[in-house]
Design a protein around this ligand. Structure first.
Ligand SMILES: Nc1ncnc2c1ncn2[C@@H]1O[C@H](COP(=O)(O)OP(=O)(O)OP(=O)(O)O)[C@@H](O)[C@H]1O
Length: 363
């Protein structure tokens, strides 16, 4: 059964700004879903609509079998049985750690003995044993965020909503909490909706990632699906720093402003896509060889390969280069192992997904 079901949800703010439009999304019980997208794409609006702080202007939201929002229904946030953690640890500074964590249980009238047991249980889960009597102001940022997390899950919420919950923390603490969050939420089978502006965090943690843009869902998929088969050039750029070439495909040749690539037609899905369009090239599908066709503009060291941008006849091409790190100003040739073709006459991203063609290109 789905834990959260959004059916054709639209949300227009009173000033006319469209926050969400036509959102259809079913989040399964126990699933970890991340919402990503550019600034202003609707991530927070979607989370707040699920939480009950915002009322959709169209469509409906169900939590399990219960209708919580539609044209005539709006169940209050505190009645939705949700847990929430925000970027700024909203813990009460004048209360001890255990009192903070126990708060939702006191509110729900849970008897003291059970409260005690549940607080102990979640404190152990988030690694805060021994901190019961501490005042939150004496804790580190990471520990305070653990208190917020413990308080969010102590009431055994139907869904845990995380709004940039790790974003205020510095690495490597953030990385540590990311791992702990995954272990914790998976071990107790929590359904999680996690809003983050950090693409890598979303891809690392989530079972499925939802990419939003301008209040609409652009694509939903597992991390490998999104990275290897983005439905549109914008998703490829947003998630994977793809380079986009705009031009024309004719038979097996793609031409874009001074660049000509041969496409292996056998690899084109949904043939007959000749015409104007774009290709998206992922950084890992670009190889640099000795030559004179392009010039290295920047070259940043990275653990998983150097992050290099070359000027290839006027187009900045992003590449992931393992081995020797190229020098800025060095001349190179560019070879493209794989690219995705997006015919421009397809208006809807969903159609583009079916027909986006992956071809082997030779620069
Ligand atoms: N109270 C409001 N009144 C009017 N428009 C709003 C309001 N809150 C948000 N918006 C608009 O709704 C759209 C979606 O905003 P939202 O905050 O959901 O985006 P976001 O993806 O969370 O962005 P960010 O990553 O910057 O936090 C934006 O155009 C934003 O300007």
């Amino acid at each position: 059964m789905s834990s959260v079901t959004l059916s054709d949800v639209g949300l227009t703010y009173p000033d006319g700004t469209v926050g969400l439009s036509g959102i259809d999304l079913a989040i399964a019980d126990g699933e970890f879903v991340a919402l990503v997208g550019p600034s202003g794409s609707g991530k927070t609006t979607l989370l707040r609509a699920i939480a009950g702080f915002l009322r959709p202007t169209s469509g409906s939201i169900h939590l399990g079998d219960s209708l919580v929002a539609d044209a005539s229904t709006l169940v209050a946030p505190e009645k939705r049985e949700l847990g929430m953690v925000f970027q700024q640890h909203a813990v009460w500074p004048h209360w001890s750690v255990e009192r903070n964590i126990a708060y939702p249980l006191r509110l729900a009238g849970v008897p003291k003995v059970e409260r005690r047991a549940r607080v102990d249980e979640v404190m152990a889960l988030v690694g805060l044993e021994g901190f019961e009597k501490r005042n939150p102001t004496t804790l580190s940022g990471g520990q305070r965020q653990r208190v917020a997390l413990a308080r969010a899950i102590v009431g055994r919420p139907r869904v845990l909503l995380l709004d940039e919950a790790l974003s205020a923390l510095d690495e490597p603490l953030r990385d540590k909490l990311r791992l702990e969050l995954q272990t914790l939420t998976r071990s107790i089978g929590l359904t999680v909706v996690h809003v983050t502006h950090d693409r890598d965090e979303a891809l690392a943690l989530a079972d499925r990632v939802v990419v939003l843009d301008a209040g609409r869902i652009q694509q939903v998929g597992t991390p490998p699906e999104l990275v290897s088969s983005p439905v549109s050039p914008s998703v490829a750029t947003f998630l994977s720093d793809a380079t986009i070439f705009t031009g024309r495909l004719l038979a097996d040749v793609f031409s874009a402003a001074g660049h000509e690539c041969r496409v292996d037609a056998a690899l084109l899905e949904g043939g007959g896509s000749d015409g104007d369009g774009s290709i998206a090239v992922l950084p890992e599908d670009v190889t640099l060889t000795p030559g004179a066709g392009a010039v290295v503009m920047s070259s940043l060291y990275g653990r998983g390969g150097n992050d290099v941008v070359v000027d290839w006849k006027g187009i900045a091409v992003r590449c992931r280069v393992s081995g020797r790190r190229p020098l800025v100003g060095e001349s190179v040739d560019v070879r493209i192992a794989r690219a995705m073709f997006y015919p421009s006459r397809l208006p809807a991203a969903a159609d583009a997904h079916d027909r986006a063609a992956a071809g082997r290109l030779q620069g």
